[in-house]
Design a protein around this ligand. Structure first.
Ligand code: FES
Ligand SMILES: [Fe+2]
Length: 374
C-alpha cells in the first residue's frame, strides 16, 4: 500500500517540528473540561504545539494566552490548574481579560515610551470555544470555527456531556513513543485479542459499525456474551441514564483526543500530548455517570472499577507502542507496513494527517470507500 506515513514520520525531529506548528498550534485542540474552569480566575495550563498556554476564566469568559510574561519572560501561571489572578509571580505584572498588563508595579520607573506600543505589554492570545463539557483552543491562524472542525462529532460530545458526573480518576503515563503510534494503537481493534488477552478481549467481541467522518472517527463494538450477561444488572440499576449506547464506543477527535464508554455507564477521556518525536504525555480521566435519579454509590463504584481496569489496558498498550517506536528507530526499512480492514480508522487518521502536513489527497478515495458498516 502506498502513501501511508513512512517510518521517518515517527522519528524525525524536523517532521515533529512541522507537526507542532501545523497540527497542534493551528488546529483546534482539547485543553480541559468546563468544570475545571467554572469560576472566575480558574485556570489550567497546557503545552500546545510546544508552547505553554494558559486558559483562564475572567468573570465567566474563557480566554487563552501564551503563558509567558511580556516583562522578562517568566511563566505567569505555574501549576497545572488552580485559581488566581493572571499575575506574574516574578515582578507582579497583572494581566486583564484581553491579555494586556494593566497592573504594573512601579510603572513610573519605566521609560514612558516602553508602553507606546500596546502589543509590547499584551499576551499573545488564542481562540477558545467549548462543546458540552470539553474546552478547545486554536491559534488565530485557524479559520474554521470549532463547530466546523468537530462536524458531526459535536453531537456526540454534547450528548455524552449530559451524563458527565464527577471525575473519579486521572492517570498519566510518559510513553516513549511517537504520539501517532499511540493514537493508531487506540484506533486498531486488530491487536485486542493478542495484547489485551486477559483484559479488554474478555469484554468486547465483534466490531459492529465504523463511522469515518474525517478527520474524526467512531466505532461501536459488541460486548462479548459473558460481559453482556454480567452487565444486565448494571444496566437495570442505571436504566434511566441519558446516553444509552449499545456496546463499547470509541471516538477519536482529531488529532489526539479519544473518548470511550461502555453502554454510556461511565466515560473515559484520553489525550496524547507530543513532547518529542519519541515521547508522548498520555492522560486519561474517568467520569462517573450522573443524572437526576442516578444512584450515586453505584455510578461511583462502577467508574472506579473501570478506572482500575483501564490502567491495566493502557499499560499493556504502552509496552507495544514503545516496542513499535524502537522498531522504527532501529529499522533502516522505509516500508510503511501493511494494514487490514480492522485498521481502516488508521487509514482515515493518516489521510487527515497527511492532508494537513503535505496537502495530499492520496488515500482519501480509499478511506471513503471504507466508510463502512460491517
Ligand atoms: S517577568 Fe513577569 S513581571 Fe517581571
Ligand atoms: Fe490497546
Amino acid at each position: 500500500m502506498n502513501n501511508l506515513i513512512l517510518p521517518s514520520g515517527y522519528i524525525s525531529e524536523s517532521i515533529f517540528a512541522k507537526e507542532q506548528k501545523l497540527i497542534f498550534q493551528d488546529t483546534w485542540q482539547f485543553v480541559g473540561f468546563v468544570n475545571d474552569l467554572a469560576n472566575h480566575n480558574d485556570f489550567v495550563t497546557r503545552l500546545i504545539g510546544g508552547k505553554p498556554i494558559v486558559i483562564q476564566n475572567f468573570k465567566g469568559e474563557l480566554r487563552a494566552f501564551v503563558n509567558i510574561c511580556r516583562h522578562r519572560h517568566s511563566a505567569i501561571q505555574c501549576s497545572a490548574k488552580g485559581n488566581r489572578h493572571l499575575s506574574c509571580p516574578y515582578h507582579g505584572w497583572t494581566y486583564d481579560s484581553c491579555g494586556v498588563a494593566r497592573g504594573i508595579p512601579n510603572k513610573d520607573d519605566f521609560d514612558i515610551n516602553d508602553f507606546d506600543n500596546l502589543s509590547s505589554i499584551t499576551l499573545l492570545s488564542y481562540r477558545v470555544d467549548t462543546c458540552g463539557s470539553f474546552v478547545f483552543i486554536a491559534s488565530k491562524n485557524q479559520t474554521k470555527s470549532l463547530e466546523e472542525h468537530l462536524g458531526e462529532s459535536r453531537f456526540f460530545l454534547a450528548e455524552i456531556s449530559n451524563s458527565f458526573g464527577e471525575k473519579v480518576d486521572e492517570f498519566k503515563l510518559l510513553k516513549k513513543s511517537n504520539w501517532k503510534i499511540c493514537i493508531e494503537n487506540t484506533l486498531d481493534s486488530y491487536h485486542v485479542d493478542v495484547v489485551h488477552k486477559t483484559s479488554l478481549a474478555n469484554i468486547i467481541a465483534q466490531e459492529q459499525v465504523k463511522i469515518i467522518q474525517q478527520p474524526h472517527s467512531h466505532t461501536i463494538i459488541n460486548l462479548s456474551e459473558n460481559s453482556d450477561r454480567r452487565r444486565c444488572k448494571i444496566n437495570s440499576l442505571l436504566a434511566d441514564r441519558p446516553c444509552k449506547f449499545n456496546g463499547y464506543i470509541h471516538h477519536l477527535i482529531f488529532p489526539n483526543l479519544t473518548i470511550a464508554t461502555t453502554q454510556g455507564t461511565s466515560f473515559s477521556v484520553q489525550s496524547f500530548e507530543p513532547i518529542a518525536a519519541g515521547l508522548t504525555q498520555f492522560t486519561t480521566s474517568v467520569f462517573e455517570v450522573d443524572y437526576n435519579s442516578c444512584p450515586k454509590a453505584i455510578s461511583t463504584a462502577l467508574a472506579k472499577q473501570v478506572a482500575k481496569y483501564n490502567r491495566q489496558v493502557f499499560l499493556e498498550d504502552q509496552i507495544v507502542c514503545e516496542s513499535v517506536q524502537q522498531g522504527l528507530e532501529k529499522s533502516e526499512d522505509s516500508h510503511p507496513g501493511l494494514m487490514n480492514i480492522k485498521e481502516s480508522r488508521i487509514l482515515s487518521f493518516q489521510s487527515a494527517y497527511n492532508e494537513i502536513m503535505f496537502n495530499h489527497e492520496f488515500i482519501k478515495n480509499r478511506v471513503n470507500n471504507e466508510n463502512i458498516c460491517i
